[in-house]
Design a protein around this ligand. Structure first.
Ligand code: FES
Ligand code: FES
Length: 168
């Protein structure tokens, strides 16, 4: 009888306790798990999208302790105690966040794939005080790509939200 192939050992795991959109979660993840995969694969929050998985497109943008990050580049095991906000946490029940409403008003999306990342980055852009002019908004939104080319509408939407004093 030929020997059975060796079963590779399970990768090491680590418990992570963090808050996502105000709700506490404790999960055990493979040490290589990104925040994006934690959100999508472990918590079922699929609003954050995986475009490049390499920090180049911004579709995975979320807020960690109020600062925007590319969640595909952040290791989940580093986030114990963190407060994470995703696109699912923007609306207040049925009431859209002012930037979500502005995206509708300004027709700031085509296919919608980049939109969750644009929204999270746009919210941060306003909160950081980087939405003073269309030029400034363009500068501070350069990490978020839109293959549908909706940049004009996105800038107008962020201007609208900034005028309304939008915050998370
Ligand atoms: Fe994270 Fe593209 S999926 S930057
Ligand atoms: Fe299609 Fe931005 S709306 S990629």
């Amino acid at each position: 009888m030929s020997p059975q192939p060796a079963v590779p050992p399970a990768p090491p795991g680590t418990r992570v306790s963090l808050a996502v959109n105000g709700a506490p979660h404790t999960v055990t993840v493979d040490n290589r798990t990104s925040l994006l995969d934690l959100l999508r694969e472990h918590l079922g929050l699929t609003g954050s999208k995986k475009g490049c998985d390499a920090g180049a497109c911004g579709t995975c943008t979320v807020l960690v302790d109020g600062r925007r990050v590319n969640s595909c580049l952040v290791l989940a095991v580093r986030l114990t105690g963190a407060e994470v906000t995703t696109v699912e946490g923007l609306a207040d029940g049925e009431r859209l966040h002012p930037l979500q409403q502005a995206f509708i008003d300004q027709e700031a999306f085509g296919c919608g794939f980049c939109t969750p990342g644009q929204l999270m980055s746009g919210v941060a852009c306003v909160q950081e005080g980087h939405a003073g002019s269309p030029r400034e908004i363009r500068e501070w939104m350069t990490g978020n790509l839109c293959r549908c080319g909706c940049y004009g509408g996105i800038v107008r939407a962020i201007e609208q939200a900034a005028e309304a004093g939008a915050r998370t």
